[in-house]
Design a protein around this ligand. Structure first.
Ligand code: HEC
Ligand code: HEC
Ligand code: HEC
Ligand code: HEC
Length: 338
């Protein structure tokens, strides 16, 4: 809509036909027959668009339906995006720094109290005439040394364990993709159903990634990005959507105006984001069909992400926690025909 593609722009078509509804009805119902009347405007159009006949809609559309479509085309205005905020990030609070500072303050307080304690002891010893032992410097004091050693072992152990557990986990992983393909634009603003592209999530183990053909179903006609929501990459640089669609055309081996030949298209080398270890059996269909889980529960607010990032840590604890809350109904869920 609003632009030329396979055919002319439908907006304002009635006025271009001199507001002659009868002529337009005849053309839409059977353009081949109408061309034979020798109408100059119709024949010019036919030549401009590569002499290919428009499908005849005789018997499928009556005059009233045609008028409704023309009216819709004339009144159409571009969709306004749902939101224009950048990224839609939700800041996760990170308390590590706070805890670090608190620990430091407590350590200083403890150290001061110990100093005060030993000074007081020295004072009272002096008073009672107990001979004072040689003062030991801090770095030779066994108590302090033992304390420092214990603290180091605890912190070191904690960091090692944390690193080992997190090994291979990639929460928030956002790789750069060959094409800046925005889920916010497609699944958010334009509300394309997830299953249109990831139908496998319902039917099988894997939620497949769509092939170039699926993209070209729409992008034969959408060659420019005209959305009002600006696109930004991870680094906050603005991305030109039209240039990104041109990259798609390169993979598709497609030149606008020419026919699209799916056999000449190259697959797009997308980088896989979610990766479970090989020994884990995870099945989308079980979770979507039998478990009735929403994509967003596990993948986050995809419709607000320009670039997909890994929302869950995909750890074993993550699987188990949810399974504790939702009991698996082996027989009752009907997933297995037993
Ligand atoms: C028009 C097609 C299309 C639609 C609609 C779509 N996606 Fe995608 N999706 C893709 C493509 C292409 C990729 C691979 C590129 C990328 O990661 O951005 C992808 C990647 C993903 C990934 C990451 C896969 C990985 O590599 O681990 C998830 C998760 C995802 N989509 C979920 C969704 C959800 C949830 C919805 C609906 C809210 C949705 N998608 C709608 C095309 C689509
Ligand atoms: C159901 C239709 C449909 C499908 C399928 C589709 N797109 Fe789009 N695409 C659109 C619409 C609508 C826009 C927004 C155009 C605008 O706002 O001007 C768009 C915009 C874009 C843009 C520019 C904005 C951005 O996201 O960077 C790119 C690039 C793009 N699409 C790539 C793809 C790729 C790659 C695929 C296949 C995985 C795909 N599209 C599949 C409809 C579709
Ligand atoms: C119960 C959690 C959960 C739900 C619900 C879920 N996913 Fe996934 N998804 C995952 C996990 C885990 C992976 C990683 C799978 C792997 O590495 O084998 C994944 C991977 C993906 C991938 C990458 C391709 C693949 O299959 O590995 C896509 C695309 C995807 N999900 C889309 C969707 C869509 C669309 C929906 C909703 C219809 C959805 N997911 C619902 C957990 C979930
Ligand atoms: C958000 C919640 C949630 C998360 C996260 C989740 N699951 Fe599930 N899972 C479910 C639900 C709900 C069912 C189906 C319950 C039923 O059958 O009634 C299910 C079913 C299953 C089943 C099938 C059990 C059977 O025999 O019917 C397996 C296997 C499974 N999940 C593995 C995993 C693994 C592995 C992970 C982590 C990678 C995971 N799940 C993460 C909710 C979750």
């Amino acid at each position: 809509m609003g632009q030329k593609s396979t055919g002319p722009n439908l907006q304002g078509v009635l006025s271009r036909w001199g507001n002659d509804k009868n002529k337009l009805h005849a053309w839409i119902k059977n353009s081949g027959a109408f061309l034979k009347t020798g109408d100059k405007y119709a024949n010019d159009l036919f030549n401009e668009y590569g002499k290919s006949n428009m499908t005849a809609f005789d018997g499928q559309l009556d005059d009233k339906q045609i008028d409704l479509i023309l009216d819709y085309a004339d009144k159409w205005v571009p969709a306004t995006p749902v939101s224009t905020s950048i990224g839609g990030e939700t800041k996760e609070s990170d308390n590590t720094l706070l805890f670090g500072i608190l620990t430091l303050i407590l350590a200083v307080v403890a150290f001061t109290l110990m100093q005060v304690n030993s000074n007081l002891k020295k004072l009272s010893d002096d008073k009672e005439g107990v001979p004072a032992a040689e003062p030991i410097p801090v770095w030779k004091n066994r108590t302090y040394l033992a304390f420092a050693a214990i603290v180091l072992v605890i912190i070191g152990g904690y960091l090692t364990a944390k690193g080992a557990i997190g090994f291979g986990r990639n929460k928030n992983y956002t790789p750069e993709q060959p094409i800046f393909y925005s889920h916010k634009v497609h699944a958010g603003v334009n509300q394309i159903n997830c299953l249109y592209c990831h139908g496998g999530a319902q039917d099988g183990k894997h939620a497949n990634i769509p092939s170039v053909n699926v993209c070209m179903n729409c992008h034969m006609t959408i060659s420019e990005y005209k959305g009002t929501a600006k696109l930004y990459n991870e680094e906050g640089e603005e991305v030109n959507g039209t240039e990104e669609i041109k990259k798609l055309y390169k993979y598709a081996n497609y030149t606008p105006g020419q026919p699209f030949d799916a056999t000449k298209a190259q697959p797009i080398p997308w980088t896989k984001i979610h990766n479970l270890p090989d020994h884990v059996y995870f099945n989308h269909s079980q979770h979507i069909v039998a478990g009735k889980q929403q994509c967003q529960t596990c993948h986050g607010e995809i419709t607000k992400m320009d670039e997909v990032k890994q929302f869950s840590d995909l750890s074993m604890g993550w699987c188990i926690n949810c399974h504790r809350e939702t009991k698996v109904q082996f027989k009752e869920n009907g997933f297995y025909k037993i």
